[in-house]
Design a protein around this ligand. Structure first.
Ligand code: TRP
Length: 446
């Protein structure tokens, strides 16, 4: 209600003032995602900006699309600024090394996990002998996982080992049913198949709980309560702002973010945390999942829960180039965990985008470009030896090493790695899957 002395104002002036007020209210709402209330300052402003400003930027990143016009890939420094996260710098890496007493994983040394939220708080707590837990996940959209899907799991396994903490892995079969052309039964089946690949990464069965949403949501005494709490504190307008939902998206999609948020709260797993509500959570994930957790972090204090901390990775580039990420739906863009040594060789030789020159003479003269060369990029993910990687870089850049030779190194790196994965996956029995997926106490006292 407007209450001021209208005696000295014309009708036009009053109408203009009302229009102005309404447009300010609207602006307030689109910026903050909250309805304007007189006298109440906005809560957490960071939430709404998904960083998808259209004017300046070529890069587009959300949970469904990663696109850039730059052959070097997404500009991750810009993404940090836009998303409002923090860079994983040398100081933080050194601190992780001091806290764990372990050489930092190559994903940290090489900036593959490059961004974080509140990792210093996790380390503060850890140094004071306070435990935390890890949470990561996977949307089981098909049976076929590719090497890019392994990145968060390889890193999570390392974190579990060096910090010795519990891990929960969410398989969002519900999400894939909602988003893809899949039956419930199929996506549930994919969840179990994918669980085998995840288990094959070497997680400790006594410290890891893997769950399918379709299974666990209905049986847990804590999970659904957290979903409803999150749902109560996020408006339709906010999820539209964060995820780009429209009025014609089904309501399952619109409420799904609450389901991905809930495992960030320890009370979703009473059997693991003995009903405790305040155990801190650390989420390793690819940066495209950040919108879910920006939302989660905004809600957390309002439902009396600690905000989850995050470690963000870059995307795993498609064979065709770093303009987009590897996609399981395009067989030629990916190297699958089921590929034979021969398929790996052919795919890399045929499809891996090269930063080399057109002719041998030119290559020798001008050298290759590691910044856009997909084979080199893959080696930074998978070749453990830092010195060897540096030698390859110099030799390729100087023109001494040819594209075919670089590709050969990659092929010889990936073939044994994938063969070993296949071997470990074969050892994963249905009985083991069942055990990993049974809600139970883990080897930790809370
Ligand atoms: N939405 C993710 C996907 O489509 C799956 C997921 C659920 C996830 N919870 C997560 C990923 C937590 C990382 C961290 O793959």
């Amino acid at each position: 209600e407007l209450s001021f002395n209208m005696g000295s104002l014309s009708v036009d002036e009053i109408e203009a003032a009302v229009r102005m007020l309404l447009s300010l209210k609207l602006l307030y709402k689109t910026t903050t995602g909250q309805d304007y209330q007189a006298g109440l300052p906005p809560r957490d402003l960071v939430l709404i900006n998904n960083g998808t400003s259209k004017e300046e930027d070529e890069d587009f990143v959300d949970p469904w699309t990663v696109q850039t016009s730059n052959a070097k890939g997404v500009d991750y420094d810009k993404l940090i600024v836009r998303f409002g996260s923090s860079k994983i710098d040398t100081d933080l890496i050194n601190r992780i090394e001091r806290a764990t007493g372990q050489k930092p994983h190559r994903f940290l040394r090489r900036g593959i996990f490059f961004s974080h939220r509140d990792m210093d708080q996790i380390l503060d707590a850890y140094e004071n002998k306070k435990s935390f837990y890890l949470y990561t996940g996977r949307g089981p959209s098909s049976q076929a996982m590719h090497v890019g899907h392994l990145i968060p799991f390889i890193f999570t396994k390392w974190l579990q080992e060096v910090f010795d903490v519990p891990l929960v892995v969410q398989l969002t079969d519900d999400e894939k049913y909602l988003w893809k052309d899949l039956t419930i039964e199929k996506s549930y089946e994919y969840a179990r198949e994918n669980a085998k690949d995840i288990i094959a990464c070497g997680f400790d069965i006594n410290k890891t709980f893997i769950f399918s949403d379709l299974d666990y949501l209905g049986t847990s005494t804590g999970f659904y309560k957290n979903i409803v709490k999150v749902q109560k504190h996020v408006t339709f307008n906010q999820v539209k702002g964060i995820f780009g939902f429209t009025d014609s998206d089904c309501i399952g999609k619109i409420s799904f973010p609450a389901i991905q948020a809930a495992p960030s709260f320890s009370s979703s797993f009473p059997q693991i945390f003995n009903g405790k509500e305040n155990i801190q959570c650390l989420i390793p994930c690819a940066i495209d999942q950040d919108p879910y957790f920006r939302m989660t972090r905004d809600v957390a204090p309002r439902i009396g829960q600690p905000k989850p901390a995050l470690l963000h990775s870059v995307f795993f580039p498609a064979l065709q180039g770093a303009q987009t990420k590897m996609s399981a739906s395009d067989p030629n863009s990916s190297i699958f965990l089921t590929d034979t040594p021969k398929q790996i060789k052919t795919k890399i030789n045929k499809h891996a985008f090269s930063g080399g020159r057109d002719t041998i003479e030119e290559h020798r003269k001008y050298g290759g470009n590691c910044d856009v060369d997909v084979s080199f990029m893959y080696l930074t993910f998978f070749l453990e030896d830092d010195d060897r990687l540096e030698q390859l870089k110099q030799a390729y850049t100087s023109g001494e090493l040819l594209t075919g030779e670089l590709k050969k190194v990659l092929i010889e790196t990936l073939q044994p790695l994938i063969a070993a994965h296949q071997e470990r996956r074969k050892q994963v029995t249905d009985e083991m899957v069942k055990q990993f997926m049974t809600p139970r106490k883990l080897a930790f006292e809370f």
